[in-house]
Design a protein around this ligand. Structure first.
Ligand SMILES: *Cc1c(COP(=O)(O)O)cnc(C)c1O
Length: 356
């Protein structure tokens, strides 16, 4: 039976990425060696790193004055690396979920943190609005897509201070105006590559403004100056990331991805709103295109486990909601085909026919 992969992360990758990476594990670029056993200083791997960096910039239309780096440590290390490199006195944060809270916790180790808005009062089911970004903050931090709760900031906001964004789960899902951001980072395992590589897009001029000494590996400058080759990079995940970037380019780039992502999300949200058994969990205007959360309606609550079993038996994999929200979450990253969304909708309709 066909499996439809709705996992939130690690998550579905293009078949192109998986096939090419599998080939390179056996024979990388005709070297007769595996990409897992070749020196990162070999000319073949150096070419992979520079192509990945260039293609990353090209696809996101990243302007001059920005660097792209690939490092280890996950987005969770970035939570500390951002304030380590940028926070002198005070930073502003928007609290939109579990990942924001973790970022805030790390920033507090380095200075004052002003939380300018929070949706924690309603289990992060909306994006706070009407907040004021203090003009004396060193930067303002947002999480553009809240993977666990299914809300998303889909507009590039204006900020009077340098804007920093965790885009772990929506990078490459829509075109971006990178010039509005000072720093964008994310773990690659949601929409780009297998786990192990973290990307950062850094506006060069924001660096070098804090007084504290920064450990070499946690200093953005180290990785920028050495073009992500200061130490051994996660070679295999970087190779896979390059394949996804090539796939993105071959499939119309990010503009085409956004169109497809809107189509997929519309199909599923329409069904959630129509189906008698289910309802969405977040404010409609803040709904994520990447992580679609839904629960059973009150009167059908006791059917939750049964629907999960039913859907899983039909090949729907990874639709359990995060333990803090319950219900269901279907992640609809770039590589997920429209057919998978349609298959889930069919299962929801069939279950409704049986039960309602
Ligand atoms: C998954 C995720 C993280 C954590 O990423 P790691 O690479 O596991 O550290 C942080 N932020 C967001 C928005 C995420 O979805």
């Amino acid at each position: 039976m066909k499996k439809h992969n709705f996992y939130a992360g690690p998550s579905i990758l293009p078949q192109f990425t998986i096939d090419n990476t599998a080939k390179a594990v056996r024979d990388f670029a005709g070297t007769g060696l595996s990409v897992m056993e070749i020196s990162h200083r070999s000319k073949e791997f150096v070419a992979v790193m520079s192509q990945a960096t260039e293609l990353f910039k090209e696809l996101l239309h990243i302007p001059a004055g920005y660097s792209v780096i690939f490092v280890g440590g996950g987005a969770s290390t970035q939570f500390a690396m951002v304030p380590f490199n940028l926070l002198n006195k005070k930073a502003a944060y928007l609290n939109t979920g579990a990942w924001s809270k973790k970022a805030i916790k790390e920033a507090k180790l380095f200075g004052e943190v002003e939380v300018v808005g929070s949706s924690e009062d309603k289990l992060f089911s909306y994006i706070p609005k009407g907040y004021t970004i203090p003009a004396d903050a060193d930067y303002f931090h947002i999480t553009t897509n809240n993977t666990i709760y299914g809300t998303e900031i889909r507009k590039d906001i204006d900020s009077p201070v340098p804007l920093v964004a965790d885009m772990s789960s929506d990078i490459f899902s829509r075109p971006l105006d990178v010039s509005k951001y000072a720093l964008i980072y994310g773990g690659a395992q949601k929409n780009l590559a297998p786990a192990g590589v973290t990307f950062a897009i850094v506006k060069d001029e924001i660096l070098g403004k804090v007084d504290r000494p920064i450990p070499t590996m946690l200093n953005y400058k180290t990785h920028i100056e050495k073009e992500s080759m200061f130490n051994t990079p996660p070679c295999l995940p970087v190779y896979a990331a390059l394949q996804t970037l090539i796939w993105l380019k071959d499939n119309g780039g990010i503009e085409a991805m956004e169109k497809k992502n809107i189509e997929k999300a519309t199909i599923l949200y329409d069904e959630i709103d129509r189906n008698k058994l289910f309802k969405g969990t977040v404010e409609i205007e803040d709904r994520s295109l990447m992580n679609i959360c839904f629960i059973m309606n009150e009167e059908y609550k006791e059917l939750e486990a049964e629907f999960y079993e039913f859907a899983t038996s039909r090949g729907m994999i990874g639709i359990k909601g995060h333990r803090s929200v319950g219900g269901f979450r279907a992640s609809t990253y770039n590589a997920l085909p429209k057919e998978s969304v349609q298959a889930l909708v069919d299962v929801m309709q069939e279950f409704e026919k049986n039960k309602a």
